[in-house]
Design a protein around this ligand. Structure first.
Ligand code: GLA
Length: 632
């Protein structure tokens, strides 16, 4: 039955840009394939009801916070999306399936008479110069219907009337939310496919219908990934149809499950990489870790989403400004959506100053769209560096631990020359300092130092690809059997509490392509030669690289020393707008790095293909050492 349903769904879909995989996924396409539909050239910014109010929402709270966004000058700084999360549905009217919103909570909706309408609400936000966001689910029911302890704010009625999710109603609901009600943003949650399995007690009791394909966030191997992707593809078609002006955002919310950390970039403008954040330091680490190694999976148009800001509560409230500032600085370095999740009518000035830090917002919103990469990686201290459109760098030194650290920041972390002065501007204090080669900085427990850095590039004639992850898309990253990522922090403050077995590694994506790192986290090496700059990927991968003005591409290629398959050869090929520019001889483990160079003047899309035989790619990491686009 499940198979039949998926097949029908696929058959009903016309062809789209989110197309089925080609016969040879390594064949050049001359096309950037990551998602660019909608309006997310930079990560969306705004405010959402969920962290502040859960399902206890109403028009006053939302319009009140929206007004604050304007009055406090935050709208002028980029916060524009005002998003309703779970809790707005009264019922799905039968038999026509029309969604009915809770007019008791949204009085302006009564203008619609028997069929309440959100149009006056979105009109009001639009008149304020803001955008409006709504929430739904892939399945028949939402998260709060599965998890809420009280039923006050939950959909009412019989089984069918309580089905608030998109399942079976994608075209109808998307048309209503966008063409009729005028929303600009939709978050599509996944609980409807996760929490309503045939063994769920509520399903057994007849309260809800069992709904698959099941999305199992505990084990990627138990999830029907193509079926989930088809649903997002269908949603995308409906969004495009109902938004002729392209002014919309699709937010994927399946919490890093179903290997979405690998493919979310092809299906939505933002995609959650982990479970929900909570106002606990350990949870911040989980969510941050789920995005921080994925800089190549974020680009203008498609961003990693480590969840909304939880500044204003618990470990991030006004009594914990160090943690609150770290949260904000890290999210900006990750190019995360900046979604405020506190009641702005009550937020103290110290927190408003964090949200309003224009210099840090500018890092998140930098037009080059480069998510930071790790220049130093340890369990307690990390140095993140991101290249800005101006050529300056942003650098954050993050102390994850509960002890202070003296940290050496060096020019090489920044890929700056170590003989020329480097000027640092502290983005909290605005203080300027300068150093040459190396400087020592003290980082307090849980503190994140964050600077803008101006220096002389160590590669003066261009950029390493690893400095420009926003322009590099691992269209095929070589992972064939999704494996869980063991590097993500596992907190005792997990959603299951300490009573159970604890948070286990669950988020797939292990072995994905990485900037300045081999796929499994080691430094890049070919036959003993280290590469501080480069791209690590698995064999049988294809990387798309956007080129603006470079005239030459250079690199040193080979099988990475971390490969445990020492026999299979890999051939490296570079394509320009679909045409072969240069190719290597077959290279095996232990053979020295081979230089490749290709003219790319006028080429818009470069493709880097590492091809081998067989499909056991996980044992065969490859290195594009010092891969660089040179302008002269
Ligand atoms: C899930 C999502 C949250 C929020 C709630 C609403 O848990 O991950 O962000 O939308 O559902 O119920």
């Amino acid at each position: 039955m499940k198979k039949l349903l998926t097949a029908c769904l696929i058959a009903a879909l016309p062809l789209t840009s989110v197309a089925a995989a080609p016969a040879d996924p390594l064949a050049p396409t001359a096309r950037w394939s990551a998602y660019t539909a909608g309006r997310a050239a930079t990560p969306p910014m705004g405010w959402s009801t969920w962290n502040a109010f859960a399902t206890d929402i109403d028009e006053d709270k939302i319009i009140g916070s929206a007004q604050q966004i304007i009055d406090l000058g935050l709208a002028a700084k980029g916060y524009r999306y005002i998003n309703i999360d779970d809790g707005w549905v009264l019922k799905r009217r039968m038999p026509d399936g029309q969604m009915i919103l809770r007019a008791d909570k949204f009085p302006s909706a009564r203008a619609g008479g028997d069929t309440p309408t959100f149009k006056p609400f979105t009109d009001r936000l639009h008149a304020m110069g803001l955008k409006a966001g709504i929430y739904s689910d892939l399945g028949r029911n939402t998260c709060s219907e599965a998890w809420s302890e009280t039923d006050t704010d939950l959909p009412k009625g019989n089984v069918l009337e309580r089905e608030a999710g998109l399942y079976g109603h994608i075209d109808q609901d998307i048309a209503l939310y966008f063409a009729e009600w005028g929303f600009d943003f939709i978050k599509v949650d996944g609980c409807g496919l996760r929490d309503y399995g045939p063994q769920n007690p509520h399903v057994l009791s007849g309260k809800f219908r069992a709904t698959g394909p099941y999305l199992d966030s505990g084990a990627v191997t138990r999830t029907d990934i193509p079926a989930i992707q088809e649903m997002f593809r269908h949603i995308n078609l409906a969004l495009a149809r109902n938004n002729p002006d392209g002014d919309y955002i699709l937010s994927l919310c399946i919490w890093g499950a179903a290997n979405v950390r690998t493919w979310g970039k092809d299906y939505g403008a933002i995609s959650r990489t982990s479970d929900d954040i909570s106002p606990a330091w350990g949870r911040l680490l989980v969510n941050y870790d789920s995005s921080v190694t994925r800089s190549l999976y974020a680009h203008p148009g498609s961003w990693n989403d480590p969840d909304m800001l939880h500044i204003g509560a618990g470990d991030f409230d006004a009594n914990h400004l160090t943690e609150a500032r770290s949260h904000f600085a890290l999210w900006a370095m990750l190019n995360a959506p900046l979604m405020i999740g506190t009641d702005l009518r009550k937020a103290p000035k110290a927190l408003l100053d964090i949200f309003g830090n224009a210099d840090i917002i500018a890092l998140d919103q930098d037009p080059a769209g480069n998510q930071a990469t790790l220049a130093h990686d340890s369990s307690d201290v990390q140095i993140l560096v991101k290249t800005l459109a101006s050529g300056d760098k942003a650098v954050a030194i993050f102390n994850r631990s509960s002890g202070g650290y003296d940290v050496d920041l060096s020019a090489s972390h920044l890929k700056f020359s170590d003989t020329a002065p480097i000027e640092l501007t502290d983005l909290w204090t605005k203080e300027r300092t300068s150093f040459t080669r190396r400087t020592r900085l003290h980082v307090a427990p849980r503190e994140t130092l964050i600077f803008r850095a101006h220096g002389t590039r160590s590669l003066p004639s261009g950029y390493y690809l690893s400095e420009q992850p926003g322009s590099v898309n691992p269209a095929v990253d070589g992972t064939v059997r999704p494996q869980v990522d063991p590097t993500i922090f596992r907190t005792a403050a997990g959603w299951a509490g300490t009573g159970g077995a604890g948070d286990r590694p669950t988020y797939a994506g292990w072995g994905g392509a990485r900037a300045d790192s081999a796929p499994y986290g080691q430094t890049l090496h070919i036959a003993g030669k280290p590469f501080a700059a480069g791209i690590g990927a698995l064999a049988n991968s294809r990387l798309e690289v956007r080129n603006k003005q470079a005239t030459r591409f250079t690199t040193m290629v080979g099988v990475d020393d971390t490969a445990t398959d020492k026999t299979r050869p890999v051939t490296f090929a570079v394509y320009g707008d679909g045409k072969l520019l240069v190719t290597s001889a077959p290279l095996k483990w232990g053979m020295p790095a081979l230089p490749l160079s290709a003219p790319v003047a006028g080429v818009k899309l470069i493709e880097l293909v590492a091809r081998s035989t067989g499909a056991d790619n996980e044992r065969l990491p490859v290195t594009w050492g010092e891969a660089a686009l040179l302008e002269r």
